[in-house]
Design a protein around this ligand. Structure first.
Ligand code: C5P
Length: 229
């Protein structure tokens, strides 16, 4: 089965307060984006990686892998969903798109393999890595200061992570449809849910964090070195 990895990497990472987009900060000798791309390219089922970059990007072509033969570059868009849509334009409808955040370099080979192994399951039309919620969940009233409105039940509540794996043609249509209808699309699964497609939750190592704030960097470095559960 042909699987193409799609990596939205066109964000500016404002919450990181760094001098460059967070995907270009380094952990060890490689940038976060390189860690992520190399991990995906190393998977035997992934034949190609399409990366969406900002039109203003001045860092990517300085990376050692910028001209790798398994890599296709496209421009990203205003939102993550736009960036993913631009990348999906490079894929054939029947190919599987494995969409993965540039900012999640700690994903394990094992978890990618778990998700990919579901492709042959007749019940599977798409799925995402996810991890069950552990903390008690509070919903706040709108406004400042934040005051508790109520406690949400934790039963059957999961954190949605990436990779998220769907048929490229189906995902392309679902994203276009959701965006045209003003649906908030913060991950690919949101669009597939809107289209009524069942989405499987595949239990992931919670070390698969999205690097967002400065404090996430040393944590990611630790996970990259130790691959802990
Ligand atoms: O901002 P956030 O951490 O949610 O971004 C998730 C991923 O989507 C990041 O890898 C970021 O680079 C990417 N992104 C994008 N195009 C945008 C916004 C975010 O490719 N317009």
């Amino acid at each position: 089965t042909a699987i193409v990895a799609v990596v939205p990497a066109a964000g500016i990472g404002s919450r990181m307060q760094a001098d460059r987009p967070k995907q270009y900060l380094t952990i060890g000798s490689l940038t976060i984006l390189e860690h992520t791309l190399l991990k995906l390219a190393a998977h035997p089922a992934i034949s190609r990686v399409v990366v969406a970059l900002s039109p203003d990007d001045e860092y990517f072509e300085q990376l050692a892998l910028h001209n790798a033969d398994w890599l296709t570059k496209v421009y990203g868009g205003e939102t993550r969903a736009d960036s993913v849509s631009n990348a999906l334009a490079q894929l054939a409808d029947h190919e599987w798109a494995l969409v993965h955040d540039a900012a999640r370099p700690c994903v394990s080979n094992e978890d990618i393999a778990n998700l990919v192994s579901q492709i042959d399951n007749p019940l599977f039309s798409g799925g995402i890595l996810a991890t069950p919620v552990k903390d008690t969940m509070k919903r706040a009233r709108p406004g400042e200061p934040a005051l508790v409105l109520k406690t949400e039940s934790r039963d059957n509540l999961w954190h949605a992570l990436t990779p998220q794996l769907f048929k490229a043609g189906q995902l392309r249509e679902a994203l276009a449809d959701a965006l045209a209808n003003g649906i908030e699309v913060t991950d690919e699964a949101s669009a597939m849910e809107y289209a009524g497609v069942p989405v499987a939750l595949i239990d992931s190592n919670p070390a698969n964090i999205k690097i967002t704030r400065p404090a996430d960097l040393p944590v990611a470095q630790f996970y990259l070195q130790h691959n802990l559960r």
